[in-house]
Each structure stands twice: as structure tokens, then as C-alpha cells.
Design a protein around this ligand. Structure first.
Ligand code: PLP
Length: 378
């Protein structure tokens, strides 16, 4: 089966009992041990709606196993249980602010240690590997600067040094790129974003074909207990059915928005892998189907960032991304505020940076709104 067909059907055969075409929402905490015949015991451990979603996401990533969680951060936290006290992780320097916070402010307290380097330069990654390094962790495209990391090179370094490679592929979704096919071990998603797609749930997922890692993660999923509700699983399953349709629109709108922004005199720089001047444009072309729905840009006058955002009418000022509605935000004071200022600025997240999750609205309405913002604040 091809991608759009898998998105609609994988893990979702009609219900054997009733023929229901949509997967039933099994809102139950426990199962009668007298009646049940399929080994279901308790919903933290097994739930049929969750299993349908896990099978679906595994099929989309071309992985053998999927696990889902109560949030993207719950997925990330659970992946960290693969490590032991003293283990070292090399992390991309441009990751989601919450991932940075989890690693630095919680996991370091449990004896893990982290180095943050630029994964667009694999010599920096290799140089950061130590005797106790166990894992390489990156996003691609990264949040919020849309850097693109070479998945094949990452997988190769991981295999040679016997390290687990993990890619948070939230910005791309399996429609645009499949890291496991490039030799990466584990894929993480915040299903809150494009997979859910409608800004109505919080969720996460981990997909892998590594049997050993999967067995330990499955154990941790149950033992740590950060599982998603059956209703949320249903909503992600419903969202995923239209993932290819939505992503095509997000990507087309985002490319046009990036081109529009690059010609505005108020804008000093546009970060979008679909622009030819993007430093990893060729790599993005090679490993992605299209370039995603997020565009970041910098204003010449950083004091205009907030007035610009507040002058917008249609595009919603808010955290998060990946919904059908356009969302725009100011990383320095919102999604990435938990990173110390100096560290944030040294990574290029300045006060003039704006991150735009381009939605599925009519392009002309989005461009008119951006124009209104520039005029009202300029
Ligand atoms: C939002 C996000 C997360 C965290 O996911 P939650 O569902 O909010 O917990 C992790 N990684 C990336 C790239 C994200 O955008």
C-alpha cells in the first residue's frame, strides 16, 4: 500500500464484531477476565484504540513497532529510560525548548549528561562523541530555525559508534520524510502537531524497528504510565487520514509565504528549507518530499516583533504548530523562553525572530493579514 492508502487504512480494518468503519473508542479502564479472550487486562497496559493508532503510525513510518504517549514530552521522557546513570547524549543545538528543558533541568539530575552541537555539521557531532556516549538526538527540520540534518550520515555515524540515533520528526511527519528508511533507530513525534492536525489534542509517539529498544520502551510505557486516552487516540487516527491532503496544502502555502516574506523590506532573513538560498536546500530536496509548513523569519527592527504579531487579525498569536489554522509566535519570549538568554542568542534565536506555522487557509487571506501586520507596525 502507498502512503495515502496506509494513512486511511493501516491498523484500521473494520471492527470484527460490528463492521464499524471507524475504530471504536474503547473508553474502559479495565476488562472482564471472565469474558475477554484476547489478553486485555488494564488500559494502561493495552487498549484497542491505542493499538490501532500505534499500528497506523508504525506503518506510516515503515517501522515494525509504534508506541503512543500522553504528549510529545512523555514520548521523549520515555525514550530517555533507554539510558542509565552516567550516559552521555549528543543533542542538536536547535531543538524544541521543552526538550532542552527536560534534558538540562530534569534528566541531568538523574546523572545523564548532554552536549548540544550543530547537527548540520557532522564533524561537530563526531567530535562530541565520548566513551560514555550512548545516544545522538536531533530534530530535522529543527525548531525554530528549520535547519536540515543529514539523516543518512546520522544513521551511519550511529551504527559505526554503536549509538542509538533518535530523530524528532514532528516538523516533517512521515509524509515528508521517514528517518528509519535512512538508517536512524528511533523516530519521535509530537502528535499534537501535524499528525493530529486540528489543535485539539496533546499526544506523542515513538516508532522503531529495533526489537531490543522497542521491548524496553514498551515496558517503560506501561511502567511509567504516560499513555494517551482512547479518545485522543481516536482523534489522532482521524487526523492522520487527511495528513497527505493537509501537508500538501501546508507546504504549498508555506513556500509562497516564504517567497512573499523574502521580498519584504521589514524582513532581514527567512528560514525555510524550500528556498534555494537555504543552506541545506539540496539535502532537503534529497531526503524530503516537500519542505514543511513552518517558516521562520527575522525582522530588521526587533522591537517591531511584538507590535507586528499583535496587529495580525486572522493568524492566531499562540504557541504550537501543525494545525489547519495558522499560528504565529515569538520563540524568544514563548516556546524557547526556558532556554537561558545567552545560550538562546548564541544559537540565533534573537528578539526579532518569528515562527509561523502556515495553515491551510486561502493563501491570499494569509498574505493580506501579514501585509496588515507590517503596515500597522511599520
Ligand atoms: C511540540 C513539540 C514537542 C513536544 O510535544 P508536546 O506534545 O507539546 O509534549 C517536541 N518536539 C517538537 C519538535 C515539538 O514541536
Amino acid at each position: 500500500m502507498r502512503f495515502a492508502t496506509r494513512a486511511i487504512h493501516a491498523g484500521q480494518d473494520p471492527d470484527p464484531r460490528t463492521g464499524a468503519v471507524s475504530v471504536p473508542i474503547y473508553m474502559t479502564s479495565t476488562y472482564s477476565q471472565a469474558v475477554g479472550k484476547e489478553g486485555y487486562e488494564y488500559s494502561r497496559t493495552q487498549n484497542p484504540t491505542r493499538e490501532a493508532l500505534e499500528a497506523n503510525l508504525a506503518a506510516l513510518e515503515k517501522g515494525d513497532h509504534g508506541l503512543t504517549f500522553a504528549s510529545g514530552m512523555a514520548a521523549t521522557s520515555t525514550v530517555m529510560t533507554l539510558l542509565r546513570k552516567g550516559d552521555h547524549v549528543v543533542v542538536a543545538d536547535d531543538v524544541y525548548g521543552g526538550t532542552h528543558r527536560l534534558f538540562r533541568q530534569i534528566m541531568e539530575g538523574y546523572g545523564l549528561h548532554f552536549d548540544f552541537v550543530d547537527f548540520t555539521d557532522m564533524s561537530q557531532v563526531k567530535a562530541a562523541i565520548q566513551d560514555d556516549t550512548r545516544m545522538l538526538w536531533t530534530e530535522t527540520p529543527t525548531n525554530p530555525l528549520l535547519k536540515v540534518v543529514d539523516l543518512r550520515a546520522l544513521g551511519r555515524i550511529g551504527r559505526r559508534a554503536d549509538l542509538l540515533t533518535v530523530v524528532d520528526s514532528t516538523f516533517a511527519t512521515p509524509y515528508l520524510q521517514r528517518p528509519l528508511e535512512h538508517g536512524v533507530d528511533i523516530v519521535v513525534h509530537s502528535t499534537t502537531k501535524y499528525l493530529g492536525g486540528h489543535s485539539d489534542i496533546i499526544g506523542g509517539a515513538v516508532i522503531t524497528s529495533d526489537e531490543g529498544a522497542h521491548a524496553r520502551l514498551r515496558f517503560s510505557q506501561n511502567a511509567m504510565g504516560a499513555v494517551p486516552s482512547p479518545l485522543d487516540c481516536f482523534l489522532v487516527l482521524r487526523g492522520v487520514k487527511t495528513l497527505p491532503l493537509r501537508m500538501d496544502r501546508h507546504c504549498a502555502n508555506a513556500l509562497d509565504v516564504a517567497r512573499f516574506l523574502k521580498h519584504r523590506e521589514e524582513v532581514s532573513r527567512v528560514h525555510y528549507p524550500g528556498l534555494e538560498e537555504h543552506p541545506q536546500h539540496r539535502l532537503a530536496r534529497a531526503q524530503m518530499r516537500a519542505f514543511g509548513g513552518v517558516v521562520s523569519f527575522e525582522l530588521h527592527d526587533e522591537t517591531m516583533a511584538m507590535p507586528f504579531l499583535q496587529a495580525l487579525d486572522l493568524i492566531i498569536l499562540g504557541e504550537s504548530l501543525g494545525g489547519v489554522e495558522s499560528l504565529i509566535e515569538h520563540p524568544a519570549s514563548m516556546t524557547h523562553a526556558s532556554i537561558p538568554r545567552e545560550e538562546r542568542e548564541s544559537r540565533g534565536i534573537g528578539e526579532g525572530l518569528i515562527r509561523f506555522s502556515v495553515g491551510c487557509e486561502d493563501l491570499e487571506d494569509l498574505l493580506e493579514d501579514l501585509e496588515r501586520g507590517f503596515e500597522a507596525s511599520g
